[in-house]
Design a protein around this ligand. Structure first.
Ligand SMILES: [Fe+2]
Ligand SMILES: [Fe+2]
Length: 484
């Protein structure tokens, strides 16, 4: 059953064009060119979403919104788009008013239809995804296809989870450009069949289309949220599960750009990271020995996020919001590298010439630039990204800040960053990477000693740790109003 969408706009040409683009994405579409007709349609049938022009007449957008609140039972997601001149001033923004009236998303014209589609997709929960599936008993026969490797993304076969019905097509790679579609979206999931491929045919990875990555992230985040709280799974599995979601999420962010939907999803994942850190006392055992990372930027971002959250957890003053902002900053800390010459990304800083190094050292600034217009990324998150290469002894970049001038959370993120580089580049277990760091005086000098101390505690049994109750030194947690 496809998801139904009602599009309301006085411009009939636009309606036609948009309706056919939505249909291509497998939505079932109804259109209305006025508010009265929209209400009749809303009364008659269940919609997943209503997409409406603010300029709707003959029952205005406000009247239709009131009607939805009062008379429409299934709570459709509501997206309204407005003209730039209707935005209103800062004290009285239309956006705020509309949200009070039940609008979930406000878009400002002009926008690409793709943005509209992406925003709606962001609102689909697991239930909506399930509802839109063509479910069937058993499985369709396998088929072989030829397709570019770049349109696929891989996941370890041992770490592939599914609902009863498969959410998207799943493939096995035969050779470069050749794949077997072995599960079709809507097929009944068969663990036995997956195990057979793994055990008898030695298949290590399953593949799916890059366009289905959002569904993968959504489902696995949903699963991870449940699993991190379960006693049936050990911490190692939980860390792994969250790693898979985060890596696919980072892949999506780097390839699709930082769109509002992506930031929202990032926040969700950070919440899950928080629950993992919060509710698993045996985590320290697994953090000591965990070593299941590829040398990819995506793995790096996850490691960094996980260790930052774990270090903050050691401080008495930590809070959920703090861990979540620092985690979000860690996920995006190197996003500024998108603006660098790709050649620089393959080089180590010590092999760069002066001009290259100067350019490389701007990536924290570029990162903040990229995220600047994104309203849901707060100032503290941006400041952590900006300062993630500053060092306690003043040898960092881009501003050579020193000591207490550096935000505590940024110095923690810097430590987690350097630590995860060492784990991946030298292929060390975390506990061995820690030993290595402690023998390098120049590395140790880059971090606030109290942060180093808490960092060591990450690997120690929580009962052996005496909690401290003060902030490290006089350091600031978040930028003061002035600084922002
Ligand atoms: Fe960086
Ligand atoms: Fe980094």
């Amino acid at each position: 059953m496809a998801l139904r969408v009602l599009i309301v706009d006085p411009d009939e040409d636009w309606l036609d064009k948009t309706a056919s683009l939505f249909k291509e994405q497998l939505y079932e579409v109804e259109v209305s060119s006025n508010g009265k007709d929209a209400q009749v349609k809303l009364y008659g049938g269940k919609f997943f979403a209503v997409v409406m022009n603010y300029a709707t007449k003959n029952h205005s957008a406000h009247q239709v919104l009131k009607f939805i609140k009062r008379a429409v039972e299934n709570n459709p997601r509501v997206l309204v788009y407005i003209e730039e001149e209707d935005v209103g001033d800062e004290d009285d923004p239309l956006d705020k008013k509309l949200r009070k009236e039940g609008v979930d998303e406000v878009l400002i014209k002009p926008f690409e239809i793709d943005v509209l589609l992406a925003v709606l997709e962001g609102h689909q929960g697991i239930g909506d995804l399930m509802n839109s599936l063509p479910k069937r008993k058993g499985q369709k026969p396998e088929e072989e296809i030829s397709m570019e490797d770049g349109s696929f993304t891989a996941v370890k076969i041992t770490e592939f989870y599914s609902l009863k019905a498969v959410l998207f097509d799943v493939y096995i790679k035969l050779s470069s450009g050749r794949y077997i579609k072995f599960l079709h979206s809507g097929d009944e999931f068969s663990k036995d069949r997956v195990d057979k491929y793994k055990n008898e045919k030695g298949v290590d990875y399953l593949y799916f289309h890059v366009k289905d990555r959002k569904k993968y992230i959504k489902f696995n985040d949903h699963l991870a949220k449940k699993m991190v709280k379960s006693d049936k799974l050990d911490s190692k599995n939980k860390i792994n599960m969250l790693k898979n979601v985060t890596e696919k999420f980072m892949e999506e962010a780097f390839q699709e750009g930082i769109k509002p939907v992506i930031v929202e999803q990032g926040k969700q994942i950070c919440e899950t990271v928080y629950s993992l850190i919060e509710s698993n006392d045996d985590l320290y055992i697994h953090l000591r020995n965990y070593q299941d990372f590829d040398p990819s930027a995506f793995s790096h971002a996850y490691l960094c996020t996980l260790f930052t959250a774990s270090i903050i957890k050691q401080f008495e003053w930590q809070s959920k919001t703090m861990i979540e902002s620092a985690s979000l900053a860690c996920m995006f800390h190197d996003i500024g590298k998108l603006n660098l010459d790709p050649e620089l990304l393959t080089m180590r800083p010590k092999d760069m010439n002066e001009a290259q190094l100067e350019e490389y050292q701007k990536h924290p600034i570029y990162g903040v630039d990229i995220l600047q217009t994104n309203k849901s990324i707060t100032q503290p998150v941006k400041q952590i990204i900006l300062q993630h290469h500053e060092a306690f002894d003043g040898t960092g970049f881009p501003s050579q800040l020193k000591g207490q001038k550096i935000l505590t959370l940024a110095n923690i993120a810097a430590l987690a960053d350097q630590f995860s580089h060492i784990i991946i580049e030298q292929n060390l277990k975390p506990v061995d990477a820690l030993k290595f760091i402690l023998t390098q005086a120049d590395i140790v000098a880059k971090f606030n000693p109290e942060i180093m101390e808490k960092f060591i505690q990450v690997f120690v049994h929580p009962n052996k740790i005496k909690r401290d109750r003060v902030l490290p030194g006089k350091s600031r947690m978040v930028p003061s109003k002035k600084a922002s």
